[in-house]
Design a protein around this ligand. Structure first.
Ligand SMILES: Nc1nc2c(ncn2[C@@H]2O[C@H](COP(=O)(O)OP(=O)(O)O)[C@@H](O)[C@H]2O)c(=O)[nH]1
Ligand SMILES: [Mg+2]
Length: 225
């Protein structure tokens, strides 16, 4: 076949882009960490071992939008300026899926633009909340997005930082879920489900580590509605 016969259509047949998933959430809730953990699960082939998992490979990862920030005591952390992006391929089907995580700093125009764009193009949106911070401030980001999909999935992250007995944690989780559902209900957005995650490596929270990868697998396998 000559090169000119390689039309766009041929190329797009070979590379099927299926789901686009957007991760949203206030600054520091763990969006970048969730993406990085997902990449790690794929690269270390842990992804096929989790419940409902399958073999995948990373086609592209872009964390260039992270800007290192130096704080006074010498510790550094990074803040997402332009959206992080990961493209992965399901080995068996050849389907390619894209994950986006924009920054969460709603006071910066460039970051705000990333959030708004991704809320428009993503098929599935995940709203992340950190379980160790008050919900009130974390809702502010969503007040800013006028266009929101009709459905959202919620990731309750930093489960490892919850304190108290199992019973107390359970109670707090139920309260938070209700508050989050009610917040979105007021905006006529249906919360489709909750994922409980820990996005940093912690031996005692292995199943919550797995949940970060399971969440993505679940969402890409979901039939578009
Ligand atoms: N203990 C704990 N720390 C986390 C978790 N997820 C993220 N972090 C930490 O929280 C900070 C902010 O995470 P980051 O992914 O940059 O948040 P983003 O601003 O939403 O992208 C980083 O220091 C992460 O290591 C988690 O599940 N548990
Ligand atoms: Mg980030």
């Amino acid at each position: 076949m000559r090169l000119e016969h390689l039309t766009i259509r041929n190329l797009s047949w070979r590379k099927k882009t299926m789901a686009i998933i957007g991760l949203m959430g206030a600054m520091n809730v763990g969006k970048t960490a969730v993406l990085k953990m997902f990449v790690d699960y794929v690269e270390k082939e842990k992804i096929s071992k989790i419940d409902g998992g399958m073999d995948c490979k990373i086609e592209k990862k872009d964390f260039k939008g992270e800007s290192e920030i130096e704080v006074k005591n010498g510790d550094g952390f990074s803040k997402t300026i332009t959206p992080n992006k990961v493209v992965f391929i399901v080995t068996k089907t050849g389907e390619s899926h894209t994950l986006f995580a924009p920054g969460g700093d709603r006071d910066r125009a460039v970051i705000r633009m990333g959030i708004i764009t991704i809320s428009r193009i993503a098929r599935e949106i995940v709203g992340l909340f950190a379980l160790d911070e008050s919900l009130k401030d974390q809702f502010k980001l969503y007040d800013l997005i006028r266009y929101m999909p009709k459905r959202i999935h919620i990731c309750l992250n930093k489960y490892d930082l919850m304190e108290g007995t199992d019973e107390e944690k359970q109670k707090e989780l139920e309260e938070k879920k209700e508050k989050i559902s009610n917040y979105f209900k007021k905006r006529r957005i249906i919360v489709e489900g909750f994922f409980l995650t820990c996005a940093i490596d912690k031996p005692n929270f292995l199943s919550h580590n797995d949940n970060t990868a399971r969440m993505i697998v679940d969402l890409v396998n979901k039939k578009p509605s």
